[in-house]
Design a binder for this molecule. Structure first.
Ligand code: FAD
Length: 404
């Protein structure tokens, strides 16, 4: 394994770190204060648009995308992983570099599988950061950790595809710039189970698309992006809105997985580093029973264990990125699932311990830990639950022995 960043990757990292230091950390608190003071938080504050322009002007843009011909930075997964960690230290920072989920995954889908027409209509404005998108797969009525359960329909009728059904946890759908959705629906129940579904590009303002409500994560709407429940009622679109053609939904979903999971995990590792810093600062700056909290009871062990678990998680994630670069998704199947089970749990544990060290303040809004916990805990579900990732790791492990 070679974890040495390329000179180009090192240059981007240096510039991203400088941007975070000069532009992002100084406004972080004020950003949340202003957003939380508003009655309507489903807005983009001017500072976000301003910083996006600055990052773009400095070329710190679309760094997640390897394809230079589409305006990507031409970085390997291993190079970008380290940059994603840096941006993950502040919750809203990835958007400033046009490197935020779910748009990154949706852009990757369009780069890889979109028609020329789809690229022109949707990929270009997404890459320019002018619009945002959502990914609508999970359904309230079926256990969606098994994607073959999806029962919303994408029925072909002549030259059209007609969508019906209900989705939820569609992240980003509340954002004022969200203009397009990728909808996964059942097209042919008779086909092989992995060829039944299609992915369809749906302009958000198409008649029949209705955001029924926004969902709260532990009481928090995560504005301005949010997570919505959306109904699709006789939504009619030309057949050309289907990505790669009918029945290709699973193939696309598989292709979307690898790099996106590395990005998610490295951002979570960045968040864990930040939370550990906050834990330590608090533990050193407060005293109880005549000593700093850092020296009391099992607290030194908590700090040491947090450091060790971050390092382990980072090494595993970098290994996964390196495997994706050198062997492709098929060479990294187990590791991609391993990181999804390991990293969010690691972050959850560290946030939980940071809350404990902060005492009552830890669960209040005065510190960013309660919302960090919501983010960390959701990550154990958002890309599929831990158990599904473990099931794949176990299956691949058992297969090795069966072959012998
Ligand atoms: C904050 C957040 C953001 C999200 N963003 C999106 C998004 O943008 N787009 C989208 O489409 N979806 C999104 N999701 C949905 C997410 O992908 C699903 O919640 C997840 O795939 C699980 O599906 P489910 O909720 O239907 O749970 P279910 O499928 O009902 O599973 C419930 C539980 O069953 C157990 N289980 C399931 N399978 C197994 C197994 N093989 N072995 C053992 N136990 C098992 C697990 O404990 C699991 O948590 C998001 C979710 C959250 C919380």
């Amino acid at each position: 394994m070679d974890f040495q960043m390329s000179p180009k990757g090192q240059d981007f990292l240096k510039r991203v770190k400088a941007f975070m230091k000069e532009e992002v950390y100084p406004i972080e608190e004020a950003y949340y204060r202003e957003l939380h003071s508003l009655d309507n938080r489903w807005v983009v504050l001017p500072i976000i648009r301003e910083l996006k322009q600055k990052a773009k002007a400095q070329g710190l843009w679309n760094m997640f995308l390897p394809e230079e011909e589409h305006g990507g930075a031409g970085l390997s997964n291993a190079d970008y992983a380290v940059i994603a960690e840096e941006t993950g230290r502040v919750f809203f920072a990835p958007e400033l570099f046009n490197c935020n989920a779910p748009d990154t995954g949706n852009m990757e889908v369009l780069v890889k599988y979109g028609s020329e027409e789809q690229k022109k209509q949707w990929l270009e404005p997404l890459l320019a950061g002018e619009i945002r998108s959502a990914f609508c797969m999970t359904e309230p009525d079926v256990a969606s950790s098994d994607a073959t359960n999806m029962k919303a329909t994408a029925t072909i009728e002549g030259d059209e595809v007609v969508l019906n059904g209900r989705k939820w946890w569609s992240t980003g759908i509340g954002h004022p710039d969200c203009k397009v959705l990728i909808f996964m629906g059942l097209t042919n129940p008779e086909a092989h189970r992995h060829q039944q579904h299609s992915m369809v590009l749906v302009p958000k303002d198409t008649p029949g698309v209705k955001v029924e409500r926004m969902l709260r994560v532990f009481g928090d709407y995560d504005e301005p992006a949010g997570h919505g429940e959306v109904s699709f009622t006789n939504v009619r679109l030309p057949k050309s809105a289907i990505i790669k053609g009918p029945g290709k939904g699973f193939e696309i979903a598989q292709g979307r997985l690898g790099p996106g999971r590395v990005h998610h995990c490295m951002r979570a590792i960045g968040a864990a580093e930040r939370v550990l810093e906050q834990l330590i600062q608090r533990a050193l700056s407060r005293e109880a029973f005549g000593r700093p909290l850092a020296k009391l009871g099992g607290n030194p062990d908590i700090i040491a264990n947090a450091r060790m678990s971050i390092e382990q998680a980072r090494l595993l994630t970098l290994k996964t990125a390196w495997l994706l670069d050198t062997k492709g998704i098929l060479g990294a199947l187990s590791e991609v699932s391993q990181i999804k089970a390991v990293v969010p749990s690691m972050l959850c544990t560290i946030v939980d311990q940071a809350i404990q060290i902060h005492g009552g303040g830890g669960v209040s809004d005065d510190f960013p830990l309660a919302s960090a916990y919501g983010y960390a805990r959701s990550l154990r579900l958002a890309d599929g639950p831990d158990e599904v990732h473990r099931a794949l790791v176990a299956k691949l492990e058992l297969n090795k022995h069966r072959k012998r």
